[in-house]
Write a protein that binds this ligand. Structure first.
Ligand SMILES: [Zn+2]
Ligand SMILES: [Zn+2]
Length: 191
């Protein structure tokens, strides 16, 4: 294959970005630091932004299920720090609990990729399983160190570093700019 400039397949990278974005909707995380999945409208926004397919979130129960899955997925960052074996256990548990059944699918602008839940599965189930499937690729490639937390002083947002040289440190450019500006001011004040 020529012209390949990704670390994983494009659909896996997209799912990993979606996973980090999903976790960063948690209150205290993400650019807003607010609850970004507090209403059905916000959940539908997330659904559309990340080009999800299948059942849309529609009820308060769906929101509660999303929040629970989000908490479980956020926890994986801490689990990964404890070691790969612990992360493997969690990912296997997700695939088992949600009865993942991998099937190749092709739609919209995506080439062949894997869907592992039926089209009528609840949205929270789809989010959990697609995250687990993307993490399967990360684990198989021995790249779990790519699960990172933003190093900006006042930020706990998560990121999945998909840069070639594992160099990404910030959740977004705002955090990078703020940190670099603070370092610049600190250098200047010591002169
Ligand atoms: Zn798809
Ligand atoms: Zn950040």
């Amino acid at each position: 294959m020529s012209g390949v400039n990704w670390v994983f397949t494009p659909d896996t990278e997209f799912e990993l970005d979606a996973l980090a974005a999903f976790v960063n909707t948690t209150p205290g995380l993400g650019a807003s630091r607010a609850e970004d999945l507090g209403s059905i409208a916000q959940a539908l926004d997330f659904y559309r932004t990340w080009q999800w397919t299948g059942t849309r979130p529609a009820t308060a129960g769906d929101l509660a299920d999303l929040h629970a899955v989000r908490h479980t997925l956020h926890d994986l960052w801490a689990v990964a720090r404890r070691g790969e074996a612990d992360l493997v256990d969690r990912v296997n548990a997700l695939l088992r609990d949600y009865r993942a059944l991998p099937q190749l699918a092709r739609h919209d602008n995506f080439g062949w990729h894997i869907h592992a839940v039926p089209i009528d599965a609840p949205f929270a189930t789809r989010v959990a399983v697609e995250a687990a499937m993307a993490l399967v690729d990360l684990i198989r490639a021995e790249q779990t160190d790519r699960l990172k937390v933003c190093i900006a002083a006042d930020c706990d947002s998560v990121l999945i570093d998909l840069s070639k040289n594992h160099s990404r440190k910030f959740c977004d450019t705002a955090c990078a700019n703020r940190t670099h500006a603070a370092a610049y001011r600190a250098r200047k004040s010591t002169r």
